[in-house]
Design a protein. Structure first.
Lengths: 259, 259
């Protein structure tokens, strides 16, 4: 499965035509799946009123994104505000040709900005299947909690997609370079972490988007400042030796069986 | 609290006189606590028969180590085989002047070598207090599971001491450079990871012992090949800003309160 991760410049307007262009670029690169940041539409820093208005239009936005996905044949995972159970949520949405959309609402909201705009989700992401890989969804701060990736890996995920919007700083560098690869290593899964770079009216972002392998290596990592399209071929069969040497999930199962 | 971590050369014999010399070096450096690797006595690669014989002598060994601790005034954490409930265990033992020894038995044994020699522990480490810090114990493979550090941090640990014996290789480098600092960052605690370097008759070790801070920085890290004494001053009050910015334990408490 070939993944195209798009690190986006928060200073440039992004709309449906630009998403369509990126899906076309992903298709030209042979990708099966395009992955974009948190709240890709209407932009992370758009503010609570715009986020709410965008959430109310989400069914239409998702229908139009599904048309782009059907037209290009490239699946799409990205962050969007949605209304769910009457509440505005910070969601990751997954679309693939010929199937119903899947979505997940962020459980760990970060800071007052998000708590003012969103209600937290309550449910674990569904697993979707694409090109033989089982895929789970998280959003940004969620992945910093080892519990979230563990529950997806235990449920059988091979790949965790994380749209993110990481505020610039030393802690952010540590998260992108060490913590996210550790989530991949400690669960024997791929983790794709698609971030913004640059600044919008509200925030400056870290960049350093990364596609991490089950052995902790960064298969591809973006820089801090520039938008980028990262490509990686994800084949779980190539990591059987590393998973056998560090079979964390098997050890946990064996241990819970003994007790 | 000043910590002295001793990365030891597995190719050199280690006995009580050498431990005494290291405690004297730690005292000369102003350290409150000396931290040494997994199975420091009789050596990780000594083999099942020697490990069992050493475990049977553990009460005498611990009494003699306690004398060295009392004489130097420096607390000591190190790995030792012990007999507990009639079973040979791979333990971390903590000794400080004027107090009873504390110990923890490794729960996640690594590979056939350890499973042949030891029975796994069942209990979480007690927390001990030294110079105002609450300290928990793990051994080697244990720390690779995020669940183990999480339960110690949730119980109130400021510092987790991990005697280790990390087999040389790419996975080991990732563990020492990325995974162990991530454990510190994701829990807002200090993690001290004391490894062997060099080789014994059975194994080659990775070195790269590290003292990681609550912001994920390595306060000190040893090289791959040489024995070393690392020194670091551990002050939780210096990391209140980073813990407030990334209050993982608080978020988990708030979330479990909502459900």
């Amino acid at each position: 499965m070939r993944l195209a991760l798009f690190q986006l410049d928060a200073g440039k307007p992004l709309g449906l035509p630009e998403v369509g262009d990126m899906l076309a670029s992903a298709r030209a690169a042979g990708a099966d799946l395009a992955h974009m940041p948190e709240l890709a539409l209407p932009g992370y820093g758009a503010g609570a009123a715009t986020l709410r208005a965008s959430a109310e239009q989400a069914p239409d936005t998702i229908a139009r994104l599904a048309e782009l996905v059907a037209r290009t044949g490239v699946a799409l995972a990205l962050g969007l505000p949605v209304v769910e159970d009457g509440q505005v949520r910070n969601a990751a949405v997954f679309l693939q040709p010929g199937k119903a959309p899947a979505s997940y609402a962020k459980r760990f909201l970060y800071g007052d900005y998000e708590r003012d705009a969103f209600s937290p989700g309550e449910a674990v992401s569904p697993l979707v299947e694409l090109a033989g890989l089982r895929i789970g969804l998280l959003v940004c701060f969620d992945v910093e909690f080892p519990e979230t990736v563990r529950e997806l890996a235990t449920a059988g995920a091979d790949l965790v997609l994380v749209p993110t919007a990481l505020p610039f700083g030393d802690g952010a560098r540590f998260i992108a370079r060490s913590l996210v690869p550790t989530r991949a290593f400690e669960n024997g899964v791929f983790v794709s972490y698609a971030d913004w770079c640059g600044s919008d009216a509200a925030f400056r972002y870290q960049g350093l988007s990364v596609i991490a392998a089950p052995d902790g290596r960064a298969l591809a990592q973006a820089g801090e400042a520039e938008p980028d399209m990262l490509l990686a071929d994800l084949d779980p069969a190539g990591f059987e030796a590393t998973r056998a040497a560090n079979d964390y999930l098997g050890e946990l199962r064996a241990r819970s069986g003994r007790r």
